[in-house]
Write a protein that binds this ligand. Structure first.
Ligand SMILES: Cc1cc2nc3c(=O)[nH]c(=O)nc-3n(C[C@H](O)[C@H](O)[C@H](O)COP(=O)(O)O)c2cc1C
Length: 151
């Protein structure tokens, strides 16, 4: 059994969350393999996108160009590679859903890109967390992932 966590992280908050979430899940399920797919790393290293062979969860921090999230400010910047990976070879069909992250200071734009991806690809927003996420976020989201994988 393998759990796949596909993510992008520009300033390290999502990467930190993924590391802690993986540790939480690994501790509770020693025999389960936890795969972390770092999209920024893949692109920077020039490794080609590929079709996911099994179900995964996507993690997406929000980076939007200015605005207020109502009548402007809904243009995604910096994270588009994750969307391209999800679109590649219909990977979205194997995506259980997306976990959005962001900063509540952005008000209406809080975690907006995850909602846009859910609409675009037809999978649910599973949850959201702020910045690096609290331990309670790790636990809540970890339990949801266990349920999705039938653990
Ligand atoms: C240029 C810029 C734009 C951002 N725009 C938003 C936004 O529109 N909505 C939001 O919730 N968070 C926004 N954030 C906050 C980031 O989503 C947040 O810091 C996140 O934890 C970054 O994740 P990362 O460190 O994994 O890249 C923005 C941050 C930056 C630097």
């Amino acid at each position: 059994m393998k759990i796949s966590l596909v993510y992008i992280s520009l300033s390290g908050n999502t990467a930190s969350f993924i590391k802690r979430l993986s540790a939480f899940l690994q501790e509770r399920h020693e025999s389960v393999e936890i795969e972390q797919v770092d999209i920024k790393d893949m692109v920077q290293a020039g490794r080609p996108f590929y079709a996911m062979s099994q179900p995964f969860i996507a993690f997406l921090p929000t980076y939007l160009e200015g605005g207020n999230g109502l009548d402007n400010g809904d243009i995604e910047i910096l994270t588009n590679d994750l969307g391209d990976f999800i679109a590649f070879e219909e990977n979205y069909k194997r995506c259980f859903g997306i976990v959005g992250s962001g900063n509540r200071n952005f008000n209406h734009q809080y975690c907006l890109t995850a909602k846009q991806y859910a609409e675009r690809f037809g999978f649910p927003v599973l949850d959201t967390f702020e910045l690096r996420g609290l331990n309670e976020d790790i636990k809540r989201i970890g339990l949801k992932i266990e349920e999705l994988y039938g653990l």
